[in-house]
Write a protein that binds this ligand. Structure first.
Ligand code: BES
Ligand code: MN
Ligand code: ZN
Length: 498
């Protein structure tokens, strides 16, 4: 079962029938179009609004079933407050809130009259549609039983009535690419670890070739040749093969240095020999949330034909205890040549990233490199689940990500990096240990990664608190949040596209 939502656009002059949503401003301010729609039921609307105390405040709704004299089976008035104050994210969230109000049992054709004070512009109409899409997603692939009264997979069609349907359709195209990228990332995070192991993940990332993304999948033999001793050690206890997938989108100038996006893809993190406690371990199927965001972002960029060169790289492994697993005490040689003493096999993400970051820097000489990783529980202690941790060696990159976070609502909060933390990783036997102790755990992890990026302008996003099992809001009800796709898309669009 998989519900689908189709969005279409029609002119304001089209008849609004079926389930009709209109936008009502503060103090029950109506656009002329909404006033005209409601005119035959003016009395009913006014009485219902008074009865319910509905005044058009943002976030409030008024629901009128089977209104007489109107060609609608149901009227939903969505309060929008003061549209003159709207920011992009407000409109997207409004779309999410409207989607949430559509009666679950019904799949009736739905029409949204996209006028606030006046008609929404094309970008706003498209943003509203994006919000609908983001909120609509659910992951029911493994539910074989329908809920009461449900007729199997739902197909919903929502039509937005807009001033310029052609312009709105065009503006929506880019948003649709982004929404599809987010849905893809959510699917990947939600999939169970028996289905989505590294090879299967690589195969799904490989589907991006349909969009013109160039795909290379490295196998263990390739990685051995490259000397990726850190990444390979993490995967050596698993019966599943490890992979690195390289995804190239060349939408920019020939030969221009790319943006590199790097993701931690631990398809299941048991902790390895340093086994995690049993409680909650099932959540560690989502330890590939960073890689999922990178794949989702590559989808978005390619599907909207972004004019930029981007390379996505993901390190895919499974961290398992086994007779062949890596041990505390083991000393690994990373691709960079630096040696690492294992203290805890559950600090595996940084080992995977150490080799993929080094490889990305070495091979692609990126102008900027951003990695996403569900790296530490410590970042959740520091920031909770509303912000991802941002660590960067470059103020401009940090600002670009912070700004993109505020526009998209995928917020990041900058955390410190500095050499004083390095001594916590000093090892008696090797160049470094793979953990830095309990205090500042998210920072020492970031400080570890920094050793593998050279002088490249770089940022690390610790998404352990945001990629999965995070706070459900207007724009997401799913366990796998798809967090980071919209952030990366916007970061690239605003900072690097020509
Ligand atoms: N994947 C975990 C981090 C994590 C924890 C992500 C909870 C999402 C939710 C990571 O591999 C890990 O185990 N980190 C350890 C590091 C420690 C051993 C230094 C941690 O955070 O406890
Ligand atoms: Mn771990
Ligand atoms: Zn992990």
């Amino acid at each position: 079962m998989h519900d689908t939502l189709k969005i279409s656009f029609a002119p304001l002059s089209a008849t609004a029938s079926g389930l009709v949503v209109c936008l009502v401003g503060e103090d029950v301010a109506l656009s002329s179009e909404t006033a005209a729609l409601l005119a035959p039921a003016k009395d009913l609307f006014e009485r219902a609004a008074a009865e319910d105390g509905f005044k058009g405040k943002s976030g409030s709704f008024l629901d009128i079933i089977a209104p007489e004299k109107v060609a609608a089976s149901r009227l939903i008035a969505a309060g929008i407050g003061k549209p003159s104050d709207w920011k992009e994210l407000d409109v997207i969230k409004l779309g999410g809130a409207i989607c949430a109000r559509l009666p679950e049992a019904s799949t009736e054709a739905t029409v949204i009259l996209a006028t606030a004070a006046g008609p929404l512009d094309a970008g706003q109409a498209a943003d509203l549609a994006l919000g609908l899409r983001l909120r609509f997603y659910s992951f029911d692939r493994y539910k074989t039983k329908k809920k009461d009264g449900e007729a199997g997979a739902k197909k919903r069609v929502i039509t937005l009535l807009v001033a310029d349907e052609k312009a709105a359709r065009k503006a929506y195209k880019a948003r649709e690419a982004i929404a599809d990228g987010v849905d893809l990332a959510r699917d990947l995070v939600n999939e169970p670890p028996n289905v989505l192991y590294p090879t299967e993940f690589a195969k799904r990332a490989g589907d991006l070739s349909r969009l013109g993304v160039d795909i290379e999948v490295l196998n263990e033999k390739d990685m051995k040749k490259l000397g990726m001793g850190a990444l390979l050690a993490v995967g050596q206890g698993s019966v599943r093969d490890s992979h690195v997938v390289v995804m190239r989108w060349d939408g920019g100038k020939d030969g221009e240095a790319p943006v590199c996006l790097v993701g931690k893809g631990v398809c299941f993190d048991s902790g390895g020999i340093s086994l995690k406690p049993g409680e909650g371990m099932q959540d560690m199927k989502g330890d590939m949330g960073g890689a999922a965001a990178v794949v989702g972002a590559m989808h978005a960029l390619a599907a909207r034909k972004a004019r930029v060169n981007v390379v996505g790289l993901i390190g895919l492994v499974e961290n398992m205890p086994d007779g062949n697993a890596y041990r505390p005490g083991d000393i690994l040689t990373s691709m960079s040549g630096q040696t690492i003493e294992m203290i805890n096999t559950d600090a595996e993400g940084r080992l995977v990233l150490a080799d993929v970051l080094w490889y990305a820097k070495d091979r692609f000489k990126p102008k900027v490199m951003v990695n996403l990783a569900t790296l530490t529980g410590a970042i959740m202690v520091a920031l909770g689940q509303e912000n991802a941790g941002l660590f960067s060696n470059d103020d401009a990159v940090a600002k670009g990500l912070t700004d993109a976070g505020l526009v998209t609502g995928e917020k990041v909060w900058r955390m410190p990096l500095s050499t004083e933390y390095d001594k916590l990783m000093d090892s008696q036997f090797a160049d470094m240990k793979n953990t830095g102790g309990r205090y500042g755990g998210a920072i020492t992890a970031a400080q570890f990664l920094k050793r593998f990026v050279g002088d490249t302008p770089w940022a690390h996003l610790d998404v352990a608190g945001t990629a999965m099992n995070s706070n459900k809001g207007d724009l997401n009800r799913s366990w796998g949040a798809g967090w980071g796709v919209r952030l990366l898309d916007r970061f690239v669009a605003d900072g690097y596209e020509r």
